[in-house]
Design a protein around this ligand. Structure first.
Ligand SMILES: Nc1nc2c(ncn2[C@@H]2O[C@H](COP(=O)(O)O[C@H]3[C@@H](O)[C@H](n4cnc5c(=O)[nH]c(N)nc54)O[C@@H]3COP(=O)(O)O)[C@@H](O)[C@H]2O)c(=O)[nH]1
Length: 632
C-alpha cells in the first residue's frame, strides 16, 4: 500500500471517508503534490514532492513556500507549479482508467480514461457494480487469490479480463488498492487499469510471424517441427507412420526471373492454397522459403498409401492457373521420407526427403521419389564434392583438355573444344559430368566458368601466336552463367586479358538456354554477337530443336548430339534425323558439326550427307594442351 500524504489531520469524522480517498490518490501520484493555504503555507505534501525538494514532510508543513524555495529551486518553480496542476488533474486526465468503489462494491467515481476504455460514461456507471467478467475468463481459484491478497496486503495487481459496454471482453493490467479507515476497515477500493488489447494483439502477431511464412501464411519450419514431433509421438503410440514430403516447384526461378517477383509471389500463394485444399486438416503444409514446401501427412498406415496422395497433389498443382493475367501451368518434384523407417527425427527426415526430391529432379522433374539408403550415400558424396569444389578453385586444381574439331572436307583440325577437368589431389582426375552439376547447383559454376573462359582464351591466343591463327576455340557455357553473374562482362574481360580475336571464340550453349527467359538471353546473345563472338548450339536434337530459335538467335553452328551419330550405322531413324538436320541447317546457312564420331565409316557417311565438321574419339580424344599442340 502507498504511504499516506503528509498533512494536517482531518477536522471532523464525517469527512473521514472522502479524506482517506483523497489522501490515497495524492499519495499514489508519481508527481510531486504540494498543497498550500491562502498565506502560501504548506498544509499537505506527498513523498514525491519531498524527494523533489529534498526536505522531509515535517520540515515542509507549516512553512511559507519562500522559506524553502531556494534561489536554485526558484528556477524550477514554474515547472513545479505545473506539476502541481498536473497532480490536481491526475485523476481525471491520466491515461490509465480509474474506478473507485465503496466498501459495498458500488462504483462511486470513474475518470475520463475509464469512459474511453470501457465505453461507460460516469453517469451510466456510478452507483452500479463493476461490469462482471464471465467465470470462463476468471476461475474461482483466481478470484479467491485476488480476494485473499487484497485482504492481506491491501493491494493486488495482475492481468485480468474486463468487459466493455459493447460486450467486448478485453485484457487489462489491473491494480487494486484498498483504502481503509483509521480502524483498518475497508472504505474504498481504487482500481487502476490499462487496456492490454493492442499489446496482446501485437504479441499475438509477433508470435504468428515467428511461426508462419508471411507470404503464404502457412506454418514455417519451426511450427512444422513442433507438429512433426507431436505426430511422431502419436504415430509411435498408434503404430502407424508419418510422411514428410519435400515439394519443390519446377523451373520456378525461370518464372520469377522472367515475369518478375510479384508474379512469382502470387504463384506461390496459389500453390499454397492448392496444397491446403488437397490435404486434410490433420496434415500440415508449410513453406520453407523460396519455392520449397514441406508437407506432413499423419496417420499413414502403409507407405504405399502415400503415392496416391502425392499424385493427387501434383495433379491439383498442375492445373492451369492465371496469375497476374498470365496463363501458366506449374509442376513440382517431390521427395518422400517416412517415419519411422527413414528416420525418427525431424531433421533427418527432412534431409532424406531432400535427397529424394533431388532424385525426382534428376529423373526429369514433375515426379516423386521415395527416399532410399542409396540416395543418402549419393547425397553424402555430393556434399563431399561440393565441399572439395569450393577449395578446388583456390587451389588451382582445374585444367582444360582440348578435343580437335575436324573439317570433314579435308580432315584438317580447324579448332578445339575446351573441356574442363578437375585434378583432385585426393580423388584423382574427375570428369565434368561428376562436378559440373554440383557446381551448377551451388552457383560455383559462375566462378568456374569464368576461369574456363580466361584459360581457354589465353590458350587460343597462345596457339594463334604460335602460328595457328585459324584455330577456333569452342567454350561451353552453362545455362546458369546466363542467369547469375555478368556473363558479358566476364567474356569481355577474358577477351581483353588474352587479346584473342573474338571471331575465333565459339560459345557453345544448349537449346534450353534459348528457350528460357528468351528476352534476357536474346539481349545477351546480341551483345556477344556485337562483340564479334560466334555461337554454337550444343547437343542439338535432344531438346526442342526449334528452327525459329536458331534463326532468331543468329546461330553459326549446330552440333548434332552424339546419340544420333553413334546410332547412324544401325538405326535408320538416326540416319533420317541427321540427314534432316543437315538439310535444314544448310537452308538456314548454319554450319553443322557431328559429335561423338568414333569410326572412319561414320566420318565417311557424314561427309557424304554434307556434314561440315566432326569431333570424336576417331579424330582425337580430349587431351592436354601440350598433346594437342603436337597435332597442329
Ligand atoms: N559448362 C561447362 N560444361 C562443360 C565444360 N567442360 C565440359 N563440359 C560439359 O561436361 C559434359 C561432359 O564432358 P566430357 O566428359 O568432357 O565429355 C566430352 C567429350 O569427352 C565427349 N566426347 C567427345 N567425343 C566423343 C566420342 O567420340 N565418344 C564419346 N563417348 N564421347 C565423346 O563428349 C563431351 C563433349 O560434349 P559437348 O560439350 O556436348 O561437345 C559435356 O556436356 C560438356 O559440355 C565447361 O568448361 N563448362
Amino acid at each position: 500500500m502507498d504511504s499516506p500524504p503528509h498533512s494536517a489531520p482531518a477536522s471532523d469524522d464525517t469527512s473521514q471517508e472522502r479524506e482517506a480517498l483523497r489522501r490515497h490518490v495524492i499519495a499514489s501520484a508519481t508527481h510531486g503534490v504540494l498543497i498550500v493555504d491562502n498565506a502560501h503555507r504548506v498544509v499537505e505534501v506527498n513523498d514525491a514532492m519531498c524527494r523533489l525538494l529534498g526536505y522531509t514532510a515535517d520540515q515542509l508543513i507549516g512553512q511559507h513556500t519562500l522559506n524553502f524555495i531556494t534561489e536554485a529551486s526558484k528556477a524550477t518553480s514554474l515547472q513545479q507549479q505545473a506539476e502541481l496542476q498536473l497532480a490536481a488533474t491526475v485523476f481525471s486526465d491520466t491515461l490509465e482508467a480509474i474506478m473507485i468503489t465503496d466498501a459495498d462494491n458500488r462504483i462511486i467515481s470513474v475518470n475520463r480514461a475509464f469512459t474511453s476504455v470501457t465505453g461507460y460514461s460516469a453517469d451510466e456507471i456510478i452507483g452500479t457494480s463493476p461490469p462482471l467478467v464471465s467465470a470462463s475468463h476468471h476461475n474461482a481459484e483466481f478470484r479467491e487469490q485476488l480476494r485473499e491478497e487484497l485482504f492481506n496486503t491491501g493491494h493486488w495487481s495482475g492481468e485480468a479480463w474486463n468487459r466493455r459496454k459493447n460486450g467486448e471482453i478485453f485484457p487489462q493490467w489491473l491494480s487494486i488498492s484498498v483504502v481503509r479507515n483509521n480502524a483498518g476497515e475497508p472504505l474504498k477500493y481504487v482500481a487502476i487499469f490499462s487496456d492490454l488489447s493492442e499489446r496482446k494483439a501485437a504479441e499475438e502477431r509477433i508470435d504468428f510471424l515467428a511461426r508462419h511464412d508471411i507470404l503464404t501464411r502457412l506454418p514455417n519450419r519451426f511450427l512444422l517441427r513442433d507438429r512433426a514431433e507431436q505426430a511422431f509421438a502419436h504415430a509411435e503410440r498408434a503404430h502407424n507412420k508419418v510422411a514428410l514430403l519435400l515439394l519443390d516447384l519446377d523451373h520456378f526461378k525461370h518464372i520469377n526471373d522472367s515475369l518478375g517477383h510479384p508474379v512469382g509471389d502470387t504463384l506461390l500463394q496459389t500453390v499454397a492454397d492448392r496444397l491446403r485444399l488437397t490435404t486434410r486438416d490433420t496434415d500440415t503444409v508449410s513453406r520453407q522459403g523460396g519455392d520449397e514446401f514441406l508437407v506432413l501427412l499423419t496417420d499413414i498406415h502403409d507407405s504405399d498409401d502415400i503415392a496416391p496422395i502425392v499424385e493427387k497433389m501434383m495433379r491439383t498443382l498442375g492445373k492451369p492457373c492465371s496469375v497476374a493475367g498470365q496463363d501458366m501451368t506449374i509442376s513440382c518434384s517431390v521427395g518422400i521420407a517416412v517415419y519411422p523407417e527413414d528416420g525418427i527425427d525431424f531433421d533427418i527426415l527432412a534431409k532424406n526427403a531432400d535427397a529424394a526430391m533431388y532424385h525426382a529432379k534428376e529423373s526429369g522433374r514433375n515426379t516423386f521419389r521415395y527416399y532410399s539408403q542409396q540416395m543418402n550415400e549419393d547425397a553424402v558424396a555430393r556434399l563431399d564434392i561440393q565441399n572439395r569444389l569450393h577449395r578446388a578453385l583456390d587451389r588451382n586444381e582445374f585444367i582444360l583438355h582440348y578435343q580437335p574439331l575436324i573439317d570433314l572436307a579435308n580432315n584438317s583440325i580447324v579448332g578445339a573444344e575446351a573441356l574442363v577437368r578437375w585434378n583432385c589431389p585426393e580423388l584423382g582426375m574427375q570428369p565434368p559430368g561428376l562436378f559440373i552439376p554440383v557446381a551448377e547447383d551451388t552457383g560455383l559454376i559462375v566462378q568456374l566458368g569464368e576461369w574456363v573462359l580466361n584459360e581457354a582464351c589465353r590458350q587460343a591466343r597462345a596457339w594463334h601466336d604460335a602460328g595457328h591463327g585459324h584455330l577456333i576455340m569452342a567454350i561451353n557455357l552453362s545455362p546458369i552463367q546466363f542467369t547469375r553473374g555478368d556473363l558479358v562482362a566476364t567474356i569481355r574481360n577474358a577477351l581483353a586479358a588474352s587479346g584473342v580475336n573474338p571471331a575465333h571464340i565459339e560459345l557453345e550453349i544448349t537449346e534450353s538456354v534459348l528457350m528460357k527467359d528468351t528476352e534476357h538471353v536474346l539481349a545477351t546473345v546480341r551483345q556477344l554477337h556485337g562483340m564479334g563472338l560466334r555461337l554454337a548450339i550444343d547437343d542439338f536434337g535432344t531438346g526442342y530443336s526449334s528452327l525459329a530459335y536458331l534463326r532468331r538467335f543468329a546461330v553459326e553452328k549446330l552440333k548434332i548430339d552424339q546419340s544420333f551419330i553413334r546410332d547412324l550405322p544401325t538405326d535408320p531413324d538416326a540416319g533420317a534425323i541427321v540427314r534432316a538436320v543437315i538439310q535444314m541447317a544448310k537452308s538456314l546457312k548454319i554450319a553443322v558439326l557431328a559429335e561423338g564420331v568414333e569410326t572412319a565409316d561414320i566420318a565417311h557417311d557424314l561427309d557424304l550427307l554434307g556434314c561440315d565438321y566432326a569431333q570424336g574419339y576417331y579424330f582425337g580424344r580430349p587431351m592436354p594442351a601440350e598433346a594437342f599442340a603436337k597435332l597442329l
